[in-house]
Ligand binder design. Structure first.
Ligand SMILES: C[S@@+](CC[C@H](N)C(=O)[O-])C[C@H]1O[C@@H](n2cnc3c(N)ncnc32)[C@H](O)[C@@H]1O
Length: 266
């Protein structure tokens, strides 16, 4: 694993597609809430469950008072956090899709958690309220440009208290050429048709396949977090680098990001 390179502009080596609008992305997620979890389990052969567990374990320290699961979808990560954090801690799932949130409440409404409908990059919380924020399999949806992603991370940083933590679980690009080629072959050949088959709808899974192929390597994602003011940042690669878990700290002092910052480690 390598330290991130700081870059300006769009993700280097990532061709920039015509991005769907935020409204179009919300519509896509509104089409799939009932089959969303099943499709993920099928497409990852159930490994998404293990990956979320690994991220939740990396995230929780046990002294949290407020945790936000941003882009919570059907609330799987929020639910895992709820089981790991102290019972006095508030766990809040945030998403901009009413339909995904309705499915979260249907599936996990019996658990003491709160749900908020809101869109990044504007969270309806006071600055410094949260000890921990998680984002799982959603940074790809926060628009593919480096600037829009950094803006979303900066907003998450705003709501974290000094010393608070951000944990991001996301697909990455395997460095090993053969592994990357096999991964891309699988995404090209299987993700769209299998997702469409399970969900009964095509466009969200065509979009998913496109975003996975275009998303940057974990070290580039760490560099975006760094530009948004996080540091230190560490990441761990899973399944040969197909997926990465990032742990980023808000820093104990002040509000202004360190212009040089500290390097991330893999
Ligand atoms: C691929 S799902 C991930 C859901 C869940 N975190 C998981 O681990 O499966 C992405 C979620 O992010 C939400 N989302 C996408 N862009 C968003 C934004 N700008 N603000 C809030 N939620 C957003 C979508 O509605 C969707 O529920």
């Amino acid at each position: 694993m390598t330290a991130p390179r700081r870059r300006s502009g769009t993700h280097a080596s990532v061709p920039q597609p015509a991005e769907p609008s935020r409204g179009a992305i919300r519509c896509m997620f509104g089409m799939i809430p009932h089959t969303y979890e099943l499709a993920n389990h099928v497409l990852t052969l159930g490994m998404d469950v293990r990956w979320r567990r690994a991220a939740a374990r990396a995230a929780v320290r046990g002294d949290e008072k407020v945790c936000l699961d941003v882009c919570t979808g059907t609330g799987e990560m929020a639910f895992l956090l709820r089981r790991l954090v102290p019972s006095s801690c508030s766990v809040i799932g945030v998403d901009f899709s009413h339909r995904m949130l309705r499915q979260a409440i249907r599936a996990r409404g019996g658990t003491p958690m709160a749900w908020t409908c809101a869109a990044l990059p504007a969270l309806p919380f006071p600055s410094g309220i949260a000890d921990l924020a998680t984002v799982s399999f959603a940074t790809r949806n926060l628009r593919l440009s480096r600037e829009s992603l950094a803006e979303a991370f900066a907003e998450i940083r705003r709501v974290l208290r000094p010393g608070g933590r951000l944990v991001v679980l996301e697909t990455s690009q395997p460095r090993h050429r053969l592994v990357r080629q096999l991964f891309h072959l699988y995404v090209r050949l299987a993700v769209h048709p299998l997702g469409a088959l399970v969900s009964g709808t095509s466009s969200p899974y065509a979009y998913l396949a496109r975003t996975i192929l275009r998303f940057p390597h974990a070290s580039d994602l760490a560099a975006v977090m760094h530009d948004a003011g996080f540091g230190p940042i560490e990441f761990r690669l899973l399944l040969g680098g197909v997926v990465a878990v990032h742990l980023a700290h808000r820093g104990e002092r002040g509000d202004a990001p360190d212009p040089e910052g500290s390097p991330a480690t893999g």
